[in-house]
Design a protein around this ligand. Structure first.
Ligand code: 13P
Length: 222
C-alpha cells in the first residue's frame, strides 16, 4: 500500500496554550510507515510547535504564504522566512485565505522557481494550474469542496473518486506523479472509507485534527 498523507490544519481554532498542549500530546502519536503526518498550526505558534515536534516524524507546515522572498509585505509570511525557522512547506490557496490574497497562480509562479514545496488546495479542477506544476518539487494537491469545509457534510466517496480520478488522469497525461488529498469534514467515522480509496492519497483534516484523540484515530485508521 502506498503511504497516505494526513495533514492536520488547525486553522485559528486553538489558543497559544492549546496549540502547545496539542503539540506535546502529539509527541505520543503512534505513526507507522503507512502514513506521513503533517500539522499546520496558526502562524504565531508555528516556530514553537515545530521545535516541540522536531524530534518526531511529524512535519510542521505553514497555513499560508504571501511572498517568496523578503520584501515590503507588511503582515505577510514569506517562504524565505519560513525556511529560516525550518518550515519547509505551506498550504497555498486554502479557500479561507484565497478570498484575501493574491491569485494562487501568481504566488505559485513566485515559489515554484525557488523550490518551495506546497499543498495546493482547489475546489474545481480548472483551478489547478497544470501548466506550471512539475515533479521536481514534491507538490501535494488537496481537493476541498467549500460546502464540505467545517459543515460536517463530507463529500460522498463516489464524488471524491470522480474528482480525484479526473485530476489524476490529467496529471498522468502530463507525466506528473502528484498526490491528491481530500479535505472537508474528515473525521474518525468517515476517514477509513476515504483513505481506502486508491484515488485518495491522503486527507487534509481541519476541526478533527485539533482534538488529539480524533486525529490519532484518523492517523491509525489505516
Ligand atoms: P474541516 O475538516 O473542519 O471540515 O476543515 C477542512 C479543511 O478546511 C482543511 O483544510
Amino acid at each position: 500500500m502506498k503511504q497516505k498523507i494526513i495533514i492536520g490544519n488547525w486553522k485559528n481554532y486553538l489558543s497559544h496554550k492549546e496549540s502547545i498542549s496539542l503539540a506535546n500530546s502529539l509527541l505520543g502519536l503512534d505513526t507507522s510507515d503507512k502514513t506521513r503526518v503533517m500539522v499546520s498550526p496558526n502562524h504565531l505558534y508555528l516556530n514553537e510547535v515545530n521545535q516541540i515536534l522536531s524530534t518526531t516524524d511529524i512535519e510542521v507546515i505553514s497555513q499560508n504564504l504571501t511572498s517568496a522572498e523578503s520584501k515590503s509585505d507588511t503582515g505577510g509570511i514569506t517562504a524565505v522566512n519560513l525556511k529560516n525557522i525550518s518550515i519547509n512547506r505551506s498550504l497555498v490557496a486554502h479557500s479561507e485565505t484565497r478570498i484575501r490574497e493574491k491569485t494562487p497562480q501568481s504566488i505559485l509562479l513566485e515559489i515554484i522557481p525557488m523550490g518551495f514545496p506546497f499543498v495546493l488546495c482547489f475546489e474545481e479542477i480548472d483551478q489547478i494550474p497544470f501548466d506550471i506544476l512539475n515533479d521536481n518539487l514534491e507538490i501535494i494537491l488537496a481537493y476541498e469542496p467549500v460546502w464540505a469545509i467545517g459543515t460536517g457534510e463530507t463529500a460522498s466517496i463516489d464524488h471524491i473518486n470522480e474528482i480525484h480520478s479526473g485530476v489524476k488522469s490529467k496529471l498522468s497525461k502530463l507525466g506528473l506523479n502528484i498526490p491528491v488529498l481530500y479535505g472537508g469534514s474528515v473525521n474518525p467515522s468517515n476517514c477509513k472509507e476515504i483513505l481506502d480509496s486508491d484515488n485518495v492519497d491522503g486527507v487534509l483534516v481541519g476541526g478533527a485534527s485539533t482534538k488529539y484523540d480524533q486525529f490519532q484515530e484518523i492517523v491509525n485508521s489505516i
